[in-house]
Design a binder for this molecule. Structure first.
Ligand code: CA
Length: 180
């Protein structure tokens, strides 16, 4: 079967400028213009907030512990919240032990745990913690805001505040506590 005459594909030339001229392609031309406008950067609408939230600053906490043992073979654990983060071995003279937490830590979240206490044939292990520092702020173990559970005081071991800087029995120091 003989095919009919093909229509040439439309070409989009300049718009007609002469009234009464050939408007055959005006509709196509108008669509081209509309598409061009839509693609124009000045018509692009960003759906994202240009004010991106700032990256939170990296916070970390430097914790220092000044401690020694009576025998020099004692150990203690640094506990933050309810997580033991590191075990330290002390000597018989004071040393400063440090731990850097990648998070913000309040002094009251810090506990110095002393759990493995030996008393054998007069070999009396005791842990002495002079103080801790949290980002440079010092908290004394003997402070009335320090709670401890393993200090021998006045003939007995009773948990309480400001009971010295030595743990004679298994227990802990917790700092910067609200005194009831
Ligand atoms: Ca002290």
């Amino acid at each position: 079967m003989k095919q009919g005459t093909r229509t040439a594909p439309p070409t989009f030339g300049p718009p007609p400028t002469v009234p009464g001229g050939d408007f055959a392609n005006l509709t196509d031309w108008g669509r081209v213009v509309a598409n061009d406008l839509a693609d124009s950067p000045k018509y692009l609408i960003s759906l994202t907030d240009p004010k991106q939230p700032e990256e939170p600053a990296l916070e970390k906490t430097l914790i220092s512990i000044r401690a020694r043992g009576h025998l020099g073979d004692e150990q203690f654990q640094l506990t933050i919240g309810d997580t033991t983060v590191q075990t330290f071995s002390v000597q018989s003279s004071f040393q400063t032990f440090t731990f850097t937490s990648p998070a913000v830590v309040n002094a009251s979240d810090i506990r110095i745990d002393y759990t493995e206490v030996l008393y054998d044939d007069g070999q009396d292990q005791n842990l002495v913690v002079d103080f801790i520092e949290v980002n440079g702020n010092r908290y004394e173990s003997e402070s009335p805001t320090t709670f401890s559970t393993g200090a021998w005081l006045n003939g007995s071991i009773i948990p309480g505040f400001g009971r010295g800087d030595t743990l004679h029995y298994s227990g802990y120091f917790q700092y910067d506590m609200l005194v009831p």
